[in-house]
Design a binder for this molecule. Structure first.
Ligand SMILES: Nc1ncnc2c1ncn2[C@@H]1O[C@H](COP(=O)(O)OP(=O)(O)OP(=O)(O)O)[C@@H](O)[C@H]1O
Length: 210
């Protein structure tokens, strides 16, 4: 990276989010810079998924702000800079795994790895021709993880990314996250499980509302 390149920074300031007109969290602030990871923890219903959806621009900011700096013309704001991996895998069951990734690569822009290359990285190279609907739960999650690799976005917002993965796939995903951080990306991940990210910061969310 050139010495004077701006530092990438993703931040929330005084953020509040709602669900169904009810407040879920408020007054939440954090800052994550390139190469850094933040894990979001808390009990069921604490608002982790709601927070990630607000950060991704999929739910409105009720109060406060989400900001992204240093992305230049390619990534002028938070919405354009974020990959969002939610609970659902966002793939069409009838299309092959490779066709799904080809669609996402074109849709999301900033093409990065070829679909076959990304599928190799998650250990699905041999079954890229199968309809997504034929895959096992863990294989589906790995295909969804490959989506992060076919299109480049500096911020990875991950909601329980390792749900359904076996130990070997968890370790493989930890390596992919590490490589993304080394490349100057950043990660915000909601999780109940350790993700194998060294030196990740932690944002603890509060108790479930009554
Ligand atoms: N569409 C919705 N309408 C109304 N309330 C909702 C809606 N979606 C979620 N909620 C409520 O918002 C609160 C936060 O839910 P959220 O899914 O963000 O929690 P979470 O911390 O991700 O939980 P988990 O650990 O179980 O995934 C919960 O009380 C939930 O019932």
């Amino acid at each position: 990276m050139p010495p004077h390149a701006p530092t990438i920074e993703f931040a929330a300031t005084g953020l509040a989010g709602e669900r169904g007109g009810e407040p879920v969290f408020q007054g939440l602030s954090f800052r994550v810079r390139e190469g850094e990871a933040l894990t979001v923890t808390g009990p069921n219903g604490a608002g982790k998924s709601t927070l990630l959806r607000v950060l991704a621009g999929l739910l409105p900011v009720h109060e406060g702000a989400v900001s992204f700096k240093g992305g230049g013309e390619d990534f002028p704001d938070a919405r354009s800079a974020c990959h969002y991996l939610g609970h659902k895998n966002a793939m069409k069951a009838a299309l092959s795994v490779e066709e799904n990734l080809t669609f996402w690569r074109e849709f999301l822009g900033h093409p990065h790895l070829d679909p076959w290359e990304a599928l190799d990285m998650v250990g699905l190279g041999d079954i890229s021709h199968l309809p997504f609907g034929y895959l096992s739960t863990g294989q589906r999650r790995r295909a969804a993880i490959a989506r992060l690799l076919v299109s480049y976005r500096p911020v990875w917002l991950l909601d329980e990314p390792t749900a359904g993965l076996d130990k070997a796939s968890e370790a493989q995903f930890a390596e992919l996250m590490g490589a993304h951080l080394e490349d100057g990306g950043l990660i915000v991940a909601a999780t109940h499980l350790p993700l194998g990210l060294e030196a990740a910061g932690e944002l603890k969310m509060g108790e479930v509302r009554a």
